[in-house]
Structures are given as C-alpha cells and as structure tokens.
Design a protein around this ligand. Structure first.
Ligand SMILES: [Zn+2]
Length: 214
C-alpha cells in the first residue's frame, strides 16, 4: 500500500502548477481504482483536484515546518483535513474562512509555480494586487520576495515594460510644406475675373448704342 500521506507527491517535474496538480490527481485516481470496487471513470472531478492540492500542501508542510516554536509563534494550527493554517487577526470578521485562516506554505519551487499561475490568471497583475490575491487563500513564507522573482522572470511583463524606441516623424509631402504666393494659387480666379470685366464692358457698350438709336 502506498503511503500517500508522506509520499513526495507534489514533485516539481512539470512546467506549470496546474500540470503538477493534474498528474497528482491522476495518481490518486489510480490508487483509488486499484483499492476500491467502485471505480472512478472519465474526466477528473473538482473534488479530486482539491484532494490532490491539499495532499501536495500537506506534503510540503511536512517537509518544511518541523519547528514547533516557529509554528506556535505563527499561531499555526491543523484543520480537520490536517492542513496547517494561520490564525490571523481577522478571526472575528465576516471574511471568508480561507482569508481568516490561510494555508501556510513554504518558499519553494512549487509555490513559485503557483504564484506564476496566479499572476497569469490575474492578467499579469503587479505585486500589490498579486499579493492581495494570494492572501485570500495562502500565507506564503517570503511571499514578497517570491512575487518579485515571478514578476522579474515574466517575459510578457518584460515586453510591456520595455522602453519604446523613439521613431522620427515621416517627412510631410512637399506640397504641404512649400509656401505658395497668393497669385500662384489664385491665377484661375483672376483669369475668370478678367473675362467677366470684358463681358461687362461689352454689355455697357451695347446698352449705350441702343440708347443712342432710340
Ligand atoms: Zn507577467
């Protein structure tokens, strides 16, 4: 029988936290199916993911938090599932239970992957928002340092932070920048005005000849 309580089950073999979790959930499904008459089939259930995650947290806690004095100082306690949680100052508030009693997590590579995933879920949020989101569920040792590490390593964030290169304006078309003398622009108008003057003169002479005849 595999001792799944103490196994190094949340190993760091996979590229993302979700992938790690999925593999652990499938291992647990396999263990369940070989030791139960009622077999689980099809896609993984939410409860299976949750069980895998809690088991991973417990495995990390077991390896990282052996110092009883430290746990007492942190006001840590074990919940009904055996998870180490922190009793915050918000015990009597109306906040969610996970916020009042966050899960205690160490600073390790798995937790860095968890933070990286949360950073992406939060649309590449900065440290302030990311820390606030993590605090809703977890009390991570050296959280600020790990968040800073994730932000510094994020390629997408680096790309957006990169300074824009100053590009000179494209030259305007010549006709837009060449000064034009008024008569050059207006030569058609003056031509029409000349034609009109001639017509008026013709009408005047015709009128005067008609007046003389009458
Ligand atoms: Zn980012």
């Amino acid at each position: 029988m595999v001792n799944i309580q103490t196994a190094d089950i949340m190993s760091d073999y996979f590229s993302t936290y979700s992938r790690n979790l999925r593999v652990v959930a499938w291992i647990l499904r396999f263990i369940h199916n070989i030791s139960n008459v009622n077999k689980l089939r099809g896609n993984l259930f939410y409860e299976e993911f949750k069980k895998a995650e809690n088991l991973g947290f417990k495995s990390m806690q077991l390896r990282s938090f052996q110092d009883e004095k430290f746990l007492a100082k942190m006001q840590a306690f074990k919940d009904e599932e055996g998870l180490l949680r922190i009793r915050t100052k918000l015990v009597d508030s109306d906040e969610k239970e996970d916020f009042k009693f966050p899960v205690l997590l160490p600073a390790n590579d798995v937790v860095v992957k968890l933070i990286r995933e949360e950073h992406k879920k939060a649309m590449h949020a900065g440290s302030y928002i990311l820390l606030a989101r993590l605090k809703e569920n977890f009390w991570i040792i050296k959280a600020k340092k790990l968040v800073k590490q994730v932000l510094n390593e994020c390629v997408t964030c680096k790309r957006y932070k990169a300074k824009h290169v100053e590009v000179p304006f494209a030259p305007l078309p010549r006709e837009n920048v060449t000064q034009t003398k008024i008569f050059e622009k207006d030569h058609i108008t003056s031509h029409i005005r000349g034609q009109l003057s001639e017509n008026v003169a013709d009408i005047k002479s015709l009128h005067s000849s008609c007046t003389k005849k009458s």
